[in-house]
Design a protein around this ligand. Sequence first.
Ligand SMILES: *[C@@H]1O[C@H](CO)[C@@H](O)[C@H](O)[C@H]1NC(C)=O
Ligand SMILES: *[C@@H]1O[C@H](CO)[C@@H](O)[C@H](O)[C@H]1NC(C)=O
Ligand SMILES: *[C@@H]1O[C@H](CO)[C@@H](O)[C@H](O)[C@H]1NC(C)=O
Ligand SMILES: *[C@@H]1O[C@H](CO)[C@@H](O)[C@H](O)[C@H]1NC(C)=O
Ligand SMILES: *[C@@H]1O[C@H](CO)[C@@H](O)[C@H](O)[C@H]1NC(C)=O
Ligand SMILES: *[C@@H]1O[C@H](CO)[C@@H](O)[C@H](O)[C@H]1NC(C)=O
Ligand SMILES: *[C@@H]1O[C@H](CO)[C@@H](O)[C@H](O)[C@H]1NC(C)=O
Ligand SMILES: *[C@@H]1O[C@H](CO)[C@@H](O)[C@H](O)[C@H]1NC(C)=O
Ligand SMILES: *[C@@H]1O[C@H](CO)[C@@H](O)[C@H](O)[C@H]1NC(C)=O
Length: 758
Amino acid sequence: MEAGAFYLLLLALTGISSTLSFYGDSITFQPAHKQRDGTYKVTFHHRQNGRSSCQDKPLHTCESEVCTSFVESSFLQTDQDDTGQGRWCQSEMHATAAVRKNQTSFSLNQSGCCWGSNVDGKTNWTSEAELDLGSRSDSHALNSCPLTTTVSSLRVPQNCFSQIHILAHDPDGDHVRCRFSSDAAAPANFTLDESKCVLSTKGEVDVGVHVFELMLEDFSRKNITLTYADGTSVFRVGSDMNSPPLCKVKLQFSMEILPPLSSCEHGRVQPMFLSKTPSHGDVLHATMGQKFKLYAQAKATEASINDFQVSGPQNMTKEFKAGEQGTAELILSWTPLHSDLYRIVPVCFTAETNQSQSDMRCVVVLVTQAALIQGTATVTCSPNKMTVALDKSSMPGIDVNFLQLIDSSCSLTSNGTHILGVMSFSTCGTKLLDKGDFLVFANEILSYELPSEVIIRRKAVKIDISCQFPKTVSISSYYNLQKSKYIFTESNFGSFGYTFEIYNDNNFTSKVEASNYPVEVMLLDTIYMGIQADSELPSVTLFVESCKATPNNNPENFLSYDLVKNGCLKDETVVVYPSNQKTYNFEVQAFKFSGNYEQVYITCSVILCEPGNPYSRCAQGCLSDPSRRRRRSLVKETFSHSITQGPFRFIGHADPIAAMDQNLAVVKKSPAMDVKPSVMTKGRPTAEVIVPSVLLEDTESSSGRWGIEEILSANISTLVFASAFFVSMAMLVAVVVYFTRKRNEEDCKVLLNSSYDN
Ligand SMILES: *[C@@H]1O[C@H](CO)[C@@H](O)[C@H](O)[C@H]1NC(C)=O
Ligand SMILES: *[C@@H]1O[C@H](CO)[C@@H](O)[C@H](O)[C@H]1NC(C)=O
Ligand SMILES: *[C@@H]1O[C@H](CO)[C@@H](O)[C@H](O)[C@H]1NC(C)=O
Ligand SMILES: *[C@@H]1O[C@H](CO)[C@@H](O)[C@H](O)[C@H]1NC(C)=O
Ligand SMILES: *[C@@H]1O[C@H](CO)[C@@H](O)[C@H](O)[C@H]1NC(C)=O
Ligand SMILES: *[C@@H]1O[C@H](CO)[C@@H](O)[C@H](O)[C@H]1NC(C)=O
Ligand SMILES: *[C@@H]1O[C@H](CO)[C@@H](O)[C@H](O)[C@H]1NC(C)=O
Ligand SMILES: *[C@@H]1O[C@H](CO)[C@@H](O)[C@H](O)[C@H]1NC(C)=O
Ligand SMILES: *[C@@H]1O[C@H](CO)[C@@H](O)[C@H](O)[C@H]1NC(C)=O
């Protein structure tokens, strides 16, 4: 705390918090700045959580020794439980203070007596925030506070609690420390990772509502000096957590631990976000005066998603759309006003069912004025690496000599027309993100500064590149591209891929080409299939633990037929061909499920092992009782992964009854898992196996996913950012968007000032 600091007291008027239950709040400062008259303009937004009613009255004041003016809005409800069950609501207000220039910090302090009923028995709460008003020597601007918020009601089934990622975004790139507030005890058995801001448990947690009070504080990573209006200054050592924070904001929220669920598998009872949804922590971009949209999609196959909970700005509208197969979509729309320019808005959301809730996702939305110019880049994905080619002509002035990947030791090259980069999924700083239904490998092309350089005349660049792979989607969607690869990543094995192909004959050299699809194969003829592992490790062994057939692409379908189980061959027509240790080639006689099933999919579960270890699953082969096998910690092997090939579709009979009558290869429909095909050869089969070409997934446009980190930071003249979304091994033309902005920080400040001073 600075000497001579005065505190602005925001007083909670009695009667508000006593009539309405408090379920938490968050305070977000807009970047503060000095105005022409020397006062500091400080604007903040305050969100408050409730259950059935959130229409609070305004309740703030600022003393005249501290502020020359103070304007506040009333609390307006921003979200509510649209199912009418009154499970949550949230409201937001904002206030703008002109703080006298003799102040060295600005502080908010508010308290109330009545937390909503909770199992921890807490009643009193205190809301707190404090911002240092010194000018930073690195940015020549005031510090920006960490941004955080939560949805109003976090709800987690007792047996499903693992982690909650709390938003802790710092616009200056400072280190943010999250800790339990010193004035409030942490609920029993909860722990907090202070540097990552992840809440987890260290034991069983009680069912019921728990309340949390966290303090987020930022510390510069580099040594800086803070200079105040009276000319005094203080020095802050980089990342020194013992020095006073540059800013602190308190986050209060409640979490209800619900009764245990039968299954915690995400996507079944508990909703899971799908890849359309931005990742947690993403920085999205909105343009003043234009409609910003955020899409999210979630899925719960065994429960019904009936709403999304949202923590967002006033006037953001929420649209809910129920989709097919347990999916639901959220569309948030918001048009930032002139007063929102340069505001950085935290937005969090969860998908809700009656029994549970998805993980909470949070992003920040940065409001800018700049118009976008588009350039082009092409990203190519293969099982172990991605390649990017930026078209130079679409980005005038771009300079390869000042570009690098996340890991600066990986450089980029250039030819006459393109800037080229190649990166492996396990090197160059490539990050792996789990997007629910897709696995995403992401890297960035960034510009860097030479430490000796005083004036920077280059364009600042940030280009997001990524490859995404479906985790469970049927390989059939790849047929158009003649590829069928699955990518997995585990720490011991790096990233590795599998191909699962259909071959023309038992030489396993000529694949069934996509152009020949649909391929006609006579029923009872032999199908040749091959699985190949593609790993960065020079020596690995591939083991096929199981292969089963199902009438659709859900390997868990109750109707299924085992070809291979626990490493043992189960169907007498299966023949495995000798090959190298990374390949599994086999043949099987074509068959069909009886009943009105036109298709067959084959799903194999595969494992990679380090060769030569007698205890590995690969070395053990066929096991009659695999439950007795224990995975040994020293054995290097992957978990088993499922890969699917299909569908094989049977056509050739105009009349399905005729096909049934002929009783050609048929698997009897039965609820039992192990059904035996009754194969009867009666004359020449007339049905055929065809492999149809299947739709390609839409290469969705990715507006709203641009990762911009540092628009407001110094030295940014042009910000280039792009994102390439890879779908189905295709080369996509990514859109590269970049800003043209004034170059130096003074210009940046002028922009900020002029935008506020009117
Ligand atoms: C700042 O100025 C105001 C008004 O002139 C005065 O009331 C207040 O005491 C001053 N505070 C400090 C720390 O000098
Ligand atoms: C805020 O209020 C709490 C309790 O009312 C008090 O303990 C704390 O010192 C106050 N903080 C400031 C900065 O005034
Ligand atoms: C809660 O606040 C009230 C009023 O400020 C005070 O009288 C009471 O002692 C506080 N209770 C606790 C447990 O701190
Ligand atoms: C904390 O977890 C331990 C271990 O699961 C359990 O024995 C204990 O009862 C828990 N404490 C509370 C307060 O729930
Ligand atoms: C930061 O300041 C400390 C203390 O003065 C000094 O020891 C350290 O070398 C400085 N670090 C850098 C990167 O300048
Ligand atoms: C929200 O919309 C209302 C009605 O259109 C408008 O009066 C109000 O100023 C808007 N508030 C904000 C914060 O955009
Ligand atoms: C969810 O709960 C509400 C209120 O109890 C009820 O009306 C609704 O039918 C429930 N929905 C489902 C899918 O169970
Ligand atoms: C540069 O590389 C790209 C991508 O490989 C290629 O398309 C382009 O033709 C090359 N340009 C020249 C001039 O070689
Ligand atoms: C398999 O390959 C061998 C030699 O490469 C060739 O002689 C043979 O005809 C091939 N068999 C089939 C079925 O294509």
